[in-house]
Design a protein around this ligand. Structure first.
Ligand code: AP5
Ligand code: MG
Length: 215
């Protein structure tokens, strides 16, 4: 399966990807996670990406598409992949189409996760992530057993630096301006599946899985 997850910040792309990668046995490729790793490791890409991410802006297309092209060539992507947060612009979608055509592969579907804006803000403001294993929590909706500590690995939980109110607002505007046009792009290609992202994570997973199994 070759799947794309599209949705505004906080829609639950990462949460759903963790389930889907197991259900369909495909690697989860999150450009946000790859970029945050590059920033942490202070690579050349990380140094360039940092200022854009801190402001909630998109990292330039050419940097992100090169990073994804390299990732898709690894052997674990031979029988499929789950892209989370890429493509995010029409230019990125076109670069991906060229890359897939070159290797004779096609997308199976693009899942758009739809959540009302007020819920997005609530989800992002309470998100906590484990510094060690990347597990995700929410202060109210999915709290760890012990505040600030990961249930799985006892690592420390932190709040992403772009989850403050000002940057969240910038990220939501960027989504509307640059990423939402992708929905018509994929609808025109009969690849788009729009999923109601409200309710519990389990309810959303069931909707997505049922849709993908029928594709
Ligand atoms: P990225 O990391 O992709 O961030 P994002 O798109 O803003 O999305 P998030 O990761 O914030 O949200 P999510 O949808 O994954 O939600 P989650 O599952 O965590 O990108 C970060 C930055 O990197 C960008 O701003 C940009 O600068 C750069 N970048 C990345 N890709 C790029 C690209 N292609 N091009 C250019 N730049 C790029 O859930 C959120 C919270 O809600 C969690 O606490 C979770 O527990 C909770 N939650 C989830 N589902 C539910 C539910 N059903 N009910 C209640 N709570 C829920
Ligand atoms: Mg995410």
């Amino acid at each position: 399966m070759r799947i794309i997850l599209v949705g505004p910040p906080g829609a639950g792309k990462g949460t759903q990807a963790q389930v889907l990668q197991q259900t369909f046995n495909i690697p989860h490729i999150s450009t946000g996670d790859l970029l945050r790793q590059a920033v942490r490791e202070e690579t050349a890409l990380g140094k360039q990406a940092r200022s854009y991410m801190d402001k909630g802006e998109l990292v330039p297309d050419e940097l992100v598409t090169a990073m994804v092209a390299e990732r898709l060539q690894r052997p674990d992507c031979a029988s499929g992949f789950l892209l989370d947060g890429f493509p995010r612009t029409i230019a990125q979608a076109e670069a991906l189409a060229v890359e897939l055509a070159r290797s004779g592969k096609e997308l199976d579907g693009v899942i758009s996760i739809m959540v009302p804006r007020a819920d997005l803000i609530e989800r992002l403001s309470g998100r906590r992530v484990c510094r060690e294993c990347g597990a995700m929590y929410h202060e109210r909706f999915d709290p760890p057993k012990k505040a600030g500590i990961c249930d799985r690995c006892q690592g420390t939980l932190y709040q992403r630096s772009d989850d403050n109110a000002e940057t969240v607002s910038a990220r939501l505007s960027v989504y509307e301006r640059a990423t939402a046009p992708l929905l018509s792009y994929y609808r025109d290609r009969a690849l788009l599946y729009e999923i109601d992202g409200s309710g519990t994570p389990e309810e959303v997973s069931q909707r997505i899985t049922a849709t993908l199994k029928s594709v």
